[in-house]
Each structure stands twice: as C-alpha cells, then as structure tokens.
Design a protein around this ligand. Structure first.
Ligand code: C2E
Ligand code: MG
Length: 581
C-alpha cells in the first residue's frame, strides 16, 4: 500500500470511529446542493409571485391572489438557508450570506429607483435572516465545541491525550466489521511502580506522557512502516493496534521500533530514566474474533513475556498461555476442599538467632484429587481471584489456632503462632470479629498471635490497611510485614506502618552471600528495622553460611529449611515439647 494512501486510510478510519462515537454525522454534499437548488427555485418563485399583481388563482371557487404565495416561497428559501448554516457550518454560512447579500442591491434599486414599496418587507426579511443565521451559526459552533470536548473526554486519556481503551475497542470493532486484519498489542512498562514510589507520582506521570508522545509521534509519522494506533489503557499499560503488515516479521519489526524508541534515555527534571516494556500480541482473525477475547489473548502473551523475563520482550499469543483448564481445576479443588473441610495446614518453626524455638508459621496445604500437594504459590493467587481467599485464611487460621491453643496450654511454653492474612481478607469488615471469635474459641491469648501481611498493601490501600492493623494491634495481636523487599519498599510507608516485625524475603537471603553489596543490603534492612523498633526475621534460610552472616549482622529471628521445614502438627508438638517424646 503506498504510504500516502495508507496514511489517509488510517486517519479516515480512526476519525470515522471517533466521529461515530460522538454521533457527529456530517450530511453529504448532495444535501448541500439540493438545499442550494431548492433555495434558487424558491427565490425565483418568490420573485414571480411578487410580480403577479392582481392575478388570481381560483381554488374550489374561491379566488386567491398569486401574491399570497410570495411569503410561502420566501419562507421556503429561508428554510434552505437555515439548513445550510446548521449542517454545513462555515461553508453554509458563507453561501447563505452571499445569497442574501446578492439580493440586497436589487431590492435597494427596486425601492430607491423604481420607487416600489413591495421591496421593503423583502429587505427587512433579508436583514433579519442575516441576523438569524449569524445567531444560529454562533450557537451551533458553541454546541459543536462542547460536543467535541465531550467526545475528546470520552475517547481520550486525560493524562497523555492518547486514545483510551474505549476508543481502542471501538476501532477494533470497526476494523472487524470491515474485515480488516490487525494485531492488538498489550504493552506493560517495566518497573514503572518503582519510579512512582521512589521519585513520586509527578515524575511517574511525566514518564508516562513522554512515552506516549514518543509512540504517538512514531505512529503518526509512519515511523514503523505499518499503520499503527497507540492507546493508553491506564496505569503503565498501553495498547497498540497494528495493521498493514505482510508477515509476522514485519509486525515484530514494528514492535521493535516502538521498543527502541522507548529504550532511549528519558530525562526528567535533570534525572535520566531508562525504560523497558513487555509486548504481547494477538491477531484478528487468526487468534480470536471478539475484542474482549483479543485483549485477553494479548494480555496473556504480555504476562508470559514478563514471567519468562528473558531478553526477548515481544511474544505472540499461543493457547497454552491461558491456563484456564488448570486454573478451573484448582478452583474446583479449592471449592471442594472448603466444602469438605479438607484444607489443612503445616507449621514451620521459627527460631531466635540462638536457636531457641520462638514459634510456628501456619501454612495452608491443598491436595488435588490424586493426593498430590498443590503449591500455595499456585492456589493462593487463584483463591484471591475467585474470592475464596478469606475462607481459606479463616479455615487455616481457625484450625491452626485450635491446635496451637491446646499446645501452649499442655506444654506451657511461651510460643507464638503466625498466620498469613491476605489483604482482601484483612480489609473485610468482618475480619476483626472473626479474629476475636477464633481467639476466644481456641483459647489463644492475643499476644501469642502474629499475622503476616504482605508488604504490597502499604501502597495499595494504605489508609484502610493502617486502620485495620491498628485495630488488630489494639487487641494485642502482633503484626509482621511479610516478604519484605519484594514489593514497594518505601521507607516513608515503613515508617508509618504499624508493625512489630519485618520478615526479609527469601530472595534477598538467597543472594546475600554472593556479594559484599548484597550482604550490606540485608544488613541495612536489619538496621532500618531496628531503628523503626521492629524485630527482624529472615525467611528461607537454607545454609550454615547464611546463618553465620545473619548472626553477624544482627538478625533477630530465623525461619528456613536449615533449622526446620514446614511440618505436620504432630511433629510440631514434639518439637515444642521434646520431653514428652
Ligand atoms: P510466606 O508467608 O513467605 O511463607 C514462607 C514460605 O517460604 C513457605 O512456602 C515456606 O515453605 C517457604 N520456605 C520457608 N523456608 C524455606 C527455605 O529455607 N527454602 C525454601 N525453598 N522455602 C522456604 P509455602 O508454604 O509454599 O507458602 C508460600 C506462600 O503462600 C506463603 O509465603 C504465603 O504468602 C502464602 N500462604 C501460605 N498459606 C497461606 C494462607 O493460609 N493464607 C494466605 N493468604 N497465604 C498463604
Ligand atoms: Mg508468611
């Protein structure tokens, strides 16, 4: 396709879509010509009728002067003029003014030279029509301006001025209606959250705008060689609709062009940023023929690139990326386990740094129909999506607390029980009542219980979370920030977050001894924890070397395979009360 043709085709298609969305339908030039012709016909008839003085038309025996119809034809002419101004804006106004002004000299000559008083009403009619059409034109312009503003608001993203998801969906629908093949690309910026967290939202917004400007320029200037449409879907997610490519290689080249443009240095307020992104795409009609499914396919491909994490950041959708079958199977198993109360727990010991038993963490366990364990890393996110996580937390918490209540009363040991609470569960209004009920029925004193909350809530719903956590702590229950370091490790939040313990994520412990800087990093987390009056626990400690380092840098507690894997409650009982074995 020649470049110019393709460019204009692109514009027409996108404009057409946007116009259709705002209901802005222009009448065709044919209507303009018809109105013009009708006007001339009406004008001629007005003049003819005005000159038929005394002549009568007999209708059903009643004589009616022809001149009576002068007004009818004159009004018809005015209607044509109004139609032109209303539907053809500036062109309509100019034509109408010209037509009306052209009549003025004739009327003035009629009145002044031929002394014909018949011209006076016509003259007034003309002047009033002129005033009226100016008024209509100005009013119309105001309405159109508002309409355009509303249209823009409905179809554009206010931050970047790119088209939004709605415009993107409509363009896809339009292309599908016309049977034009295209590819929808889902794009997610890498590490954007960390820019927002470390540099603030203002800088984050500027980065999003800069990315949008670069990509828009590329799309509008035909920089990629294909016909592209770039939209922002929200947050750091963008979408592209690419067409006019001949092979998969062309399409990948186009995406590489966008990738290269993004990877160029971005300078904001004298700071340089280097961005990257994951691109996942799905094609119409090959992969799906429905906008919702196409979006999901492109998203699935994008998430897969993210998961793979290699140097290739562009991926085509394939059916195995949507693990619906497996997801559904796990969801079914979860529901069944809740129904039959077969969800169970294991307890992993936690020690102080001198290897005195400090307590246990209760971890949910689920078996599939063959009796094999499904890892929590797989079923917990599915439970969260399916809205089952609060029931899971509750069952694990209740069962573990009942067991633990008996254990501490039998052994009379000052042990602690930790349980994982999902953010969704914590935010539920019923959470505090549930906790009270469990503590009462299990006979576990509140101060022997600690809830692990993952760090991400500090950003996601900070205010509400802090309120809930304060209530929990008021009851005497302790709070630990779980997986510290993996989410939004902002010092500001940490300072304001009401917690008692910080659990350093396993990923930091894994690499801690690989370099001096990694060791310093963990040491720094421990120091900050202590400054903020938090106890610090290391998760996933597997080796003696790691233990030695943690001891040296002042870590308070240890949880890891080196001293104890998650175990059945009966083994935990033996561990807590060795004299009874
Ligand atoms: P978590 O709360 O950080 O729990 C610690 C996880 O690290 C456990 O995995 C434990 O088995 C594992 N772990 C501890 N020490 C070591 C080690 O030395 N090496 C290795 N390789 N792993 C170690 P698990 O049981 O698979 O649980 C994974 C995550 O699932 C938990 O991470 C927690 O976030 C979540 N989870 C588990 N049970 C529940 C629950 O009842 N409710 C909620 N909401 N989440 C849960
Ligand atoms: Mg935990």
């Amino acid at each position: 396709m020649p470049k110019d043709t393709a460019m204009s085709e692109k514009k027409i298609s996108i404009e057409r879509t946007l116009d259709r969305l705002s209901g802005n339908r222009q009448l065709s030039i044919r209507v303009y010509l018809i109105a013009l012709l009708l006007y001339f016909a009406a004008h001629i008839m007005t003049v003819v009728m005005a000159r038929t003085q005394g002549q009568m038309l007999v209708i059903m025996g009643t004589p009616i002067p022809y001149s009576t119809f002068t007004g009818v034809f004159s009004s018809l002419g005015n209607i044509c003029i109004i139609i032109m101004v209303v539907f053809f804006n500036k062109i309509g106004l100019l034509t109408s003014v010209l037509l009306l002004l052209l009549q003025l000299p004739m009327m003035i000559v009629n009145f002044a030279v031929q002394n014909s008083p018949n011209s006076i009403p016509g003259l007034f009619n003309n002047l009033l029509t002129l005033v009226a059409i100016f008024f209509i034109y100005l009013n119309n312009r105001e309405i159109e301006k508002n309409q355009k503003r509303m249209r823009d608001q409905a179809v554009t993203d206010s931050l970047t001025s790119l088209p939004n998801r709605f415009a993107c969906t409509e363009l896809m629908n339009d292309l599908m209606r016309r049977g034009i093949p295209f590819s929808i690309v889902s794009v997610d910026l890498d590490n954007f959250k960390s820019i927002n967290d470390t540099m603030g939202h203002e800088v984050g917004d500027k980065v999003l705008i800069e990315v949008a400007n670069r990509w828009k320029y590329l799309a509008d200037s035909w920089g990629s060689g294909t016909i592209d449409f770039v939209a922002r879907l929200g947050g750091d997610e963008y979408a592209m609709i690419i067409r006019g490519y001949h092979s998969n290689k062309d399409l990948v080249n186009t995406l590489k062009t966008y990738q290269a443009e993004l990877e160029k240095k971005i300078t904001i307020d004298d700071c340089d940023y280097y961005m990257g992104a994951c691109f996942g795409y799905a094609e119409y009609p090959a992969d799906a023929d429905n906008t919702g499914v196409l979006f999901s396919c492109a998203d699935a491909a994008m998430h897969e690139v993210k998961r793979l994490g290699g140097s290739n950041r562009i991926l085509h959708f394939t059916a195995d990326q949507i693990r619906t079958e497996r997801t559904l199977e796990i969801e079914r198993t979860l529901r069944m386990a809740l129904e039959t109360d077969s969800l169970f727990f294991r307890l992993q010991p936690q020690y102080d740094i001198s290897r005195n038993l400090y307590g246990f963490e209760a971890l949910a366990r689920l078996k599939d129909t063959n009796g094999s364990l499904i890892p929590p890393a797989e079923f917990i996110p599915i439970a969260e999506k399916a809205g089952l996580i609060d029931q899971i937390d509750y069952r694990v918490f209740r069962k573990a607390a009942v067991f633990f209540g008996k254990l501490i009363h039998e052994t009379d040991t000052p042990l602690m029980l930790s349980t994982n609470i999902s953010v969704k569960h914590l935010m539920k209004n019923s959470f505090i009542d549930e906790m009270r009920e469990i503590l009462r029925t299990s006979n576990v004193p509140a101060e022997r219980l600690s809830i692990d909350i993952t760090e991400s809530i500090m950003i996601d719903s900070a205010e509400k979370a802090v309120k809930c956590i304060n209530e929990v702590r008021k009851m005497g229950v302790r709070v630990a920030i779980d997986d510290f370091g993996t989410g939004y490790s902002s010092l500001g939040y940490l300072n304001n977050f009401p917690a008692d313990m910080l659990k350093i994520d396993k990923s930091f412990i894994d690499v801690m001894n690989s370099s001096e800087s990694s060791k310093k990093y963990v040491s720094m987390i421990i120091s900050i924890g202590h400054i903020l009056n938090l106890q610090v626990s290391a998760e996933g400690v597997e080796t003696q070397d790691q233990l030695d380092t943690l001891k040296k840098i002042g870590c308070d507690y240890i949880q890891g395979f080196v001293w104890g894997k998650p175990m059945d409650p009966s083994d935990a009982e033996d561990l807590a009360n060795p004299s009874a074995v």
